[in-house]
Design a protein around this ligand. Sequence first.
Ligand SMILES: *[C@@H]1O[C@H](CO)[C@@H](O)[C@H](O)[C@H]1NC(C)=O
Ligand SMILES: *[C@@H]1O[C@H](CO)[C@@H](O)[C@H](O)[C@H]1NC(C)=O
Ligand SMILES: *[C@@H]1O[C@H](CO)[C@@H](O)[C@H](O)[C@H]1NC(C)=O
Ligand SMILES: *[C@@H]1O[C@H](CO)[C@@H](O)[C@H](O)[C@H]1NC(C)=O
Length: 207
Amino acid sequence: MVTCSNILVVTILILVSNFNIGIWLVNGCSGRDFRCGPDGPRIRFPFRLKDKETEQSCGYNGFDLTCSDTNKTQIEFPSPSGAIILQVMKIIYPDNLLYVTDPENCLPSQFVKLLRSPISPFQFSESPGFRYNFTILHCSSSLCPVIVDSNRTLFDSGLDPILCTKTSDFTSSTAYTVLDNNYLVLTWSKPNCSKCEKEGKMCDLNC
Ligand SMILES: *[C@@H]1O[C@H](CO)[C@@H](O)[C@H](O)[C@H]1NC(C)=O
Ligand SMILES: *[C@@H]1O[C@H](CO)[C@@H](O)[C@H](O)[C@H]1NC(C)=O
Ligand SMILES: *[C@@H]1O[C@H](CO)[C@@H](O)[C@H](O)[C@H]1NC(C)=O
Ligand SMILES: *[C@@H]1O[C@H](CO)[C@@H](O)[C@H](O)[C@H]1NC(C)=O
């Protein structure tokens, strides 16, 4: 016999399980941080470590990371000339910042490809008010292209101008980190877990 209280119990059970699934998916499936190596960045929602959390829905779309054979944290971007694989050095969750470098040690080349590729859901971290002009050079002394800013002459860069060909110019406010620090800073705006991260809470639907 179907009683009112039976229906009520079933309804509550359905509500509770739906609620749990919602929170569970948004938090990532494990509810814990992963790392590729002891010094690697902590990996948690919105990122998903593909090898450990197999469900696509454990992370936010586009935030998939993998571990390399040498336990380095990696992120992949599609590009017309094939996938761009970068090493993730640092993730600053409260500020939505992702620091990446090139595991093959030629970041200028990867940066040039990224400028022509969709990097969504990320953007280059821009410094407001800083727009610098850069030139990309190919020098016969190196397989890796060289980025120089418009203020620095080739002479300053220590390269022999006779051996270099200028390939293109571009304006950017972010290239200086490639130039000076050998890393690139990416940012994301959605999901914005900034407030919850700063309060030490997990990212969920209420953030
Ligand atoms: C990678 O990590 C695994 C598990 O922690 C470890 O067994 C392995 O030796 C590490 N490999 C390298 C190349 O560091
Ligand atoms: C960058 O190039 C543009 C156009 O060539 C020029 O107007 C601007 O002054 C340059 N900016 C810097 C910082 O050199
Ligand atoms: C280039 O030089 C100008 C004027 O000296 C300066 O204001 C600007 O900050 C310099 N740009 C870079 C990238 O150093
Ligand atoms: C994220 O949200 C915080 C406030 O909670 C805000 O200050 C910040 O600008 C937001 N970041 C982005 C990238 O939208």
